[in-house]
Design a protein around this ligand. Structure first.
Ligand code: DAH
Length: 353
């Protein structure tokens, strides 16, 4: 009996070595520990064993059972561990491998320049006032003191949306500059208190459109930033101070400004403003065409007719205005040679900013 149990144990342990997966382990369990296994037969036959031998055989049978069960548990754990190791090996990843770079968006160079301009003017107390891109002839020209056949209207050949015949010759067009925003803004603020309109200090940014021959220097669409200050005693000195301060805040403390007499229908007097070349510091370079100066903006004192059209009495109020092109500033800052890059959506250009 004891020898038989020894053999059952040895056979069982030996057979277990061949079980290499869940299914064969289960087969082994049925064969060696199952109800009709030789070991269970020994248990079943215990009653027929003599009284003297029974405790010895019973004890040994229990030992064998425990040994086989322990071996099964051990073998099964070992197989699970091996399977896990294989799975990990299969999913092995090389943490040293460089990742794929994420393509992230960025702000358009014109937007970056605009935001810089907003920031500088915000520091100087100017708010942003937005106005429409689609205008009437009245706002784009007439209220800004352009007489009907003024030659400046030829300068700004426009994209017309209709002829405006049915509205008393007041065609709708895409604005050719941000200056009509001056009228919208003045009318907006004057309406708050028509008897005593409040002072104004704003910039008006936005897209403008002109029907022009596209070239490296001129586009059919471009942004402008207009400035407008209106109050009881606004002087040309305020204009000069504001623009000079803007130049220094934008391009550095040593940048000088220069005002040259000019003409615009909506300002009187009018001036063209040059900034000392911030590329060469005034020494002369290709960017300033060796003049040391860069043409940056138009400006002037708001024409009395324009103030009146905005609801501000020119006897009591005065104001200054200016207008500039951020793309031109960005071109000068980044040495961009062709304005057509700005709105042609070429990633090779845009990714550089
Ligand atoms: N509107 C002018 C243009 O598009 C720019 C300009 C000049 C705006 C003088 C002004 C100004 O406000 O005072 O060329």
């Amino acid at each position: 009996m004891i020898e038989q149990l020894d053999r059952i144990e040895q056979d069982g342990l030996a057979a277990l070595q061949n079980a290499s997966d869940e299914a064969s382990l289960e087969q082994w369990r049925v064969a060696h520990l199952g109800r009709s296994s030789p070991l269970m037969m020994v248990f079943a036959g215990l009653s027929k064993v003599s009284k003297e031998e029974r405790p010895v055989v019973g004890k040994r049978a229990n030992e064998v059972k425990q040994a086989l069960e322990a071996a099964l548990a051990e073998r099964s754990a070992a197989l699970r561990e091996a399977a896990l190791a294989r799975a990990l090996q299969a999913e092995r990843l090389d943490v040293g491998l460089p990742g794929r770079p994420l393509a992230h968006g960025r702000l358009h160079p014109a937007t970056q320049t605009l935001r810089r301009i907003y920031q500088v003017f915000a520091e100087m107390g100017f708010q942003v006032f937005r106005s429409r891109e689609v205008e009437t002839d009245e706002y784009n020209f007439q209220l800004l003191n352009f007489p009907p056949n003024h030659p400046a209207r030829d300068m700004q050949d426009s994209y017309y949306i209709d002829t405006g015949k049915e509205r008393g010759d007041n065609p709708v067009l895409l604005r050719t500059h941000t200056s009509p925003g001056q009228i919208h803004a003045m009318r907006h603020f004057a309406a708050l208190d028509p008897a005593n309109p409040p002072p104004i200090r704003i910039i008006l940014p936005g897209m403008c459109f002109r029907y022009e021959q596209v070239s490296a220097r001129s586009e059919i669409q471009f942004t402008q930033v207009e400035g407008l200050a209106v109050g009881a005693r606004v002087t040309f000195g305020d204009l000069k101070g504001t623009i000079s301060d803007f130049a220094r805040r934008m391009f550095g403390q040593n940048v000088r400004t220069r005002f040259r007499a000019s003409h615009f229908p909506f300002t009187e007097p009018s001036a063209e403003v040059d900034f000392e070349c911030f590329v060469c510091g005034g020494e002369g370079c290709p960017v300033c065409k060796y003049s040391g100066w860069l043409e940056i903006m138009g400006s002037g004192m708001v024409h009395p007719n324009v103030l009146r059209n905005g609801g501000y009495d020119p006897e009591r109020y005065s104001g200054f205005a200016f207008g500039m092109g951020p793309e031109r500033l960005a071109m000068l800052l980044h040495r961009i040679e062709d304005i057509r890059y700005f709105w042609s959506n070429d990633m090779r250009f845009l990714e550089q900013f």
